[in-house]
Design a protein. Structure first.
Length: 311
């Protein structure tokens, strides 16, 4: 086993954890300074930032002509977000869900996934026009969030920001850079260690690489939960999933249309079903408690067994 890989693995986790600390603190203070709900920041800045690894993988795949990987990457990441990111966060700290998330954000995520399914069913490829439709949807969604944030500003009572604007920017940008670099180090070094221990490349790709690109969401949300900023944690998971479907796949399809496959269709249906289960758990009590978190994590384990056996 390569000692350097182990060292880089440790360094990667340190960067992930410390980067997430700064990223969450900066994002929370930005919400206070702008006088907008933390959920809005979680759904936008935090979600877009933590989706950077998925975006990099998907766009690179599209440029090289292997853009079918983009769909698998997005589907795997979304399943990981809602089962592991939300599940692990809920085990640590109960997530109370605001009415807007139950009635707008979560349903919008499900609708986006169904639209992707329709695009997959109705042709042999997801076309550039369909990619543009996805991009228009994300622009519309962000515009609506901005309008809602401005409407809520006058009625909001928020904590005083204790950081200057420059420091907030430094925390957010520096934290995000540390998260992305740390995630990349963890994925690559863990892959090297796993291969040296005899794991196949296919299994490594389905587990370590798929999970690795979602590490920023996981570490950021857990950090937010530990700091009792669960609005950011949930907003991050939902917002990142929305960005994955609409922005990343939209952009990928505009670059190069994606050929649809039977496996892609099955995986998309599985994603919708699992997101639906998450929504039912949330809607029942308007929260994710420890029991819900354990259920979500157990479902993810079953899902991983399914894809390992299938492949």
């Amino acid at each position: 086993m390569n000692i350097l890989s182990i060292v880089l693995l440790v360094v990667g986790f340190v960067l992930l954890i410390k980067g997430a600390d700064f990223f969450v603190e900066g994002s929370s203070d930005l919400a206070n300074k702008l006088k907008v709900p933390s959920m809005i920041i979680g759904l936008t800045i935090v979600a877009l930032g933590t989706s950077a690894p998925e975006a990099a993988v998907s766009v690179a795949s599209a440029i090289t002509g292997s853009n079918a990987i983009a769909v698998s990457n997005v589907i795997g990441s979304n399943i990981f977000n809602m089962l592991v990111v939300v599940g692990a966060t809920a085990v640590i700290y109960r997530i109370t869900i605001e009415e807007q998330s139950l009635k707008i954000d979560f349903p919008f995520l499900l609708v986006s996934c169904v639209i992707l399914l329709i695009f997959i069913i109705t042709g042999n490829e997801i076309t550039r026009i369909e990619g543009i439709i996805l991009l228009i949807m994300i622009v519309g969604y962000i515009s609506w969030l901005i309008i809602e944030a401005k409407r809520d500003q006058a009625n909001m009572s928020v904590e005083e920001s204790h950081l200057s604007t420059k420091i907030i920017g430094l925390y957010i940008i520096g934290g995000l850079i540390a998260i992305v670099i740390g995630g990349d180090l963890v994925v690559n070094s863990a892959k090297d260690i796993a291969l040296s221990l005899g794991m196949s490349e296919t299994l490594v790709g389905l587990t370590i690489v798929a999970i690795g690109t979602s590490l920023p969401e996981l570490i950021t949300s857990i950090t937010a939960a530990l700091n009792k900023k669960q609005d950011i944690a949930l907003g991050n998971a939902i917002g990142s999933s929305i960005f994955n479907i609409l922005f990343i796949l939209g952009l990928t399809n505009v670059i190069s249309p994606i050929q649809t496959t039977q496996v892609m269709l099955i995986d998309t249906v599985v994603m919708i079903v699992l997101l639906g289960i998450s929504y039912i758990l949330a809607y029942d009590k308007q929260d994710f408690n420890r029991k819900d978190g354990i259920i979500l994590l157990a479902i993810f384990i079953v899902y991983m067994i399914f894809i390992i056996i299938r492949n």
